[in-house]
Design a protein around this ligand. Structure first.
Ligand code: BG6
Length: 505
C-alpha cells in the first residue's frame, strides 16, 4: 500500500544470524521487488556503530542471484551476466541507503524511545507498520519486548514481532515465556519462526500430497510402513557449544524442525489453506501423539577422531563445553500417532552433528505388494523391493520415488530405479532461502508458516517428560567418532520396529 511504510528493526543486528541470514534475505526480497515501496531497515544492538559502518558490514553479506535461464544461450552469457551484475550492484546501493543503525541497550526504554523518534522521522505522515526481528538470546526477549512496547504502540499501523527458538527448555519455561510475551503483545503479533517451515521442499509437502492423486490415497497406515525424518550435519558445535550445551540436539532440532515436518506430513486435510485451518490440523496431530518414551530413544555424543592425518575434536573438547557434559549431539527416536490414519506406523527421527554427511530428508517406506508376482526376483530380502518416496530437503533438493523395474534385456531381472525430480535440472530459478519466505510472510501478515502458542505447548508436552528423565537420571550418551554414521544403537532402535534407516543420498 502506497500510503503506508514498513520499518523493519533487526534487534541484535551485529549477531551471526542477522549477518548470515536476515540482512541477506531482506536484500534478496528487495532485489526481487517483494518489499513494500516504502520501507526502512534499522539495525539495533549494543555496540557503537555508525550507519556507514552498518552498511559496510551488511554489504559484505549480500550476494546477487542470477537467473540461470540467462545462461542457456552461451554466446550472450558474458554480456548478460555483466548487465545483471551491474543491475544487482545498483540494487545493493539502493538497498544499503535504506539501512540505518541505532545503538542501544536491550533493557532501556529510553534507548527504544530514541529509536522511535528516528523511526517516526522516516515514517513521516504515512501509516506506520513496524516489524521487530528479535535476533537475540531468548533470556532477553522479554526485556526487549517490554522496552520496545511503549515506542511500538506509537505506530499507527500494525506491529509484529518475530522470535526464534529456543522457546524455553521445557513445557514450563516455554509457557512462562509465552505468558511474558503476552503481557505486551497479543498472539497475532507474535511470529514464532521455525526456519525449516520456510524451506522449499517442506512447503511443497502439502502440494505433493494433497494435489496428486497418486499420493494422497496412499498416505496412511494401510500403505505406509514407516516414515523417517533425518537431519545430519558433518560439522560439530564449533564455538557454539555455549548455546548448544544448554539445549542439546533433541531441543535444537527434533522438538521443532523435525516435529514440524512430521506434523505437516501427517495432518488431516485442512479445511482450507488459511493459516488457522492448517495450524488446527497440525495441533491435532501433535495432540494425538504419545510423549516420547525413554526406551524409544537413543542418544549419542561425538568424540574425537583422526582421519587422513587430521584430528577432529570431540564435543567435550570444544572450549565452550564443560568437560563432563553429557549433552546429546545425536538422537534417534521412534514416535507414534494414535489416530485412525497412523496407528502403529513408526515415525523415526534421527538428528546429529559431526556425522559423515550433511543433509535433511524425509523418507517414506511403503508396504510390500501383497502376493507380489515377482517376489522370487528379490530373493529373501523383500524389503529391498518396497517402494520408497524420498524428499530431499537439502542439499540439492529433489523428490524421487524408488520403483521396481525390469532391467532391459531378454531375461527377467529386476532392479530398483528412481523416478527422479531433481530441482536443479528441472527448475532454472535458484531456490530462495527459508528466511526470505518467512520474512515476506511476516511483512504480509501471513501466519501459515509460523508456530501458534498451542502448537508450541503440544510440541513441548511430547518431549518434556523424556528430557527430564534423561537429565534426572544423567543418562550417558553413546559415543560415536566425529564423521561417522552415529551410534549403532540407532540401528537397534529401528530394527525393533522392523525398519532399516535409509542412507542419506
Ligand atoms: C538451527 C540449529 O535451528 O538449525 C542449528 O540451531 C543447525 O544447530 C541449523 O545447525 C541447521 O539449519 P540449516 O538450515 O542449515 O539446515
Amino acid at each position: 500500500n502506497d500510503e503506508s511504510t514498513v520499518s523493519i528493526t533487526v534487534v541484535g543486528a551485529s549477531g551471526d544470524l542477522a549477518k548470515k541470514k536476515i540482512f541477506p534475505a531482506l536484500f534478496a526480497l528487495y532485489y526481487e521487488d517483494c518489499l513494500p515501496k516504502h520501507f526502512t531497515i534499522f539495525g539495533y544492538a549494543r555496540s557503537k556503530m555508525t550507519d556507514a559502518e552498518l552498511r559496510n558490514m551488511v554489504s559484505k553479506t549480500l550476494t546477487c542471484r542470477i537467473d540461470k535461464r540467462c545462461l542457456t544461450r552461451l554466446d550472450f552469457v558474458t554480456t548478460i551476466l555483466n548487465i545483471l551484475r551491474e543491475n544487482c550492484n545498483e540494487k545493493m546501493e539502493e538497498f544499503l541507503k535504506r539501512c540505518f543503525y541505532h545503538s542501544g541497550q536491550y533493557d532501556s526504554e529510553e534507548h527504544f524511545m530514541d529509536l522511535d523518534k528516528k523511526l517516526k522521522q522516516h515514517e513521516g505522515s504515512r501509516v506506520s507498520d513496524r516489524l521487530f526481528y528479535l535476533s537475540i538470546p531468548p533470556n532477553i526477549f522479554l526485556d526487549v519486548v517490554k522496552c520496545a512496547s511503549k515506542s511500538a504502540s506509537s505506530a499507527n499501523g500494525w506491529t509484529r514481532v518475530i522470535v526464534e527458538k529456543p522457546f524455553g527448555r521445557d513445557s514450563d519455561s516455554s509457557a512462562a515465556l509465552t505468558r511474558g510475551l503476552k503481557q505486551y503483545l497479543v498472539e497475532d503479533q507474535i511470529f514464532r519462526i521455525d526456519h525449516y517451515l520456510g524451506k522449499e521442499l517442506v512447503e511443497n509437502l502439502s502440494v505433493l500430497r494433497f494435489s496428486n492423486l497418486v499420493f494422497e490415497p496412499l498416505w496412511s497406515r494401510q500403505y505406509i510402513r514407516n516414515v523417517q525424518l533425518i537431519f545430519s550435519e558433518d560439522f560439530g558445535t564449533e564455538g557454539r557449544g555455549g548455546y548448544f550445551d544448554r539445549y542439546g540436539i533433541i531441543r535444537d532440532i527434533m522438538q521443532n524442525h523435525l516435529l514440524q515436518i512430521l506434523a505437516l506430513f501427517a495432518m488431516e486435510t485442512p479445511v482450507s489453506l488459511e493459516a488457522e485451518d492448517i495450524r488446527n490440523e497440525k495441533v491435532k496431530v501433535l495432540r494425538s501423539m504419545k510423549p516420547l518414551q525413554l526406551e524409544d530413544v537413543v542418544i549419542g555424543q561425538y568424540k574425537s577422531h583422526t582421519k587422513g592425518g587430521t584430528t577432529y575434536p570431540g564435543y567435550t573438547e570444544d572450549k565452550t563445553v564443560p568437560k563432563d557434559s553429557i549433552t546429546p549431539t545425536f538422537a534417534a527416536a521412534a514416535l507414534f500417532i494414535n489416530n485412525a490414519r497412523w496407528d502403529g506406523v513408526p515415525f523415526l527421527m534421527k538428528a546429529g552433528k559431526a556425522l559423515h554427511t550433511k543433509g535433511a530428508e524425509i523418507r517414506v517406506q511403503f508396504r510390500h505388494v501383497p502376493g507380489n508376482l515377482y517376489k522370487r526376483s528379490f530373493g529373501t530380502d523383500l524389503d529391498t523391493a518396497t517402494n520408497e518416496l524420498v524428499i530431499r530437503v537439502q542439499p540439492d533438493e529433489a523428490i524421487y520415488l524408488k520403483i521396481n523395474n525390469k532391467i532391459p534385456g531378454l531375461g527377467m531381472r529386476l532392479d530398483r530405479s528412481n523416478l527422479n525430480l531433481h530441482y536443479a535440472a528441472r527448475y532454472s530459478k535458484e531456490i530462495p532461502d527459508a528466511y526470505e519466505r518467512l520474512l515476506l510472510d511476516a511483512i504480509e501478515g501471513e501466519r501459515r508458516l509460523f508456530i501458534r502458542s498451542d502448537e508450541l505447548d503440544a510440541a513441548w508436552e511430547l518431549f518434556t517428560p523424556l528430557l527430564k528423565e534423561l537429565e534426572e537420571k544423567r543418562i550417558a550418551p553413546e559415543l560415536y567418532p566425529y564423521g561417522s554414521r552415529g551410534p549403532v544403537g540407532a540401528h537397534y532402535l529401528a530394527a525393533k520396529y522392523n525398519v532399516r534407516w535409509g542412507d542419506l543420498t
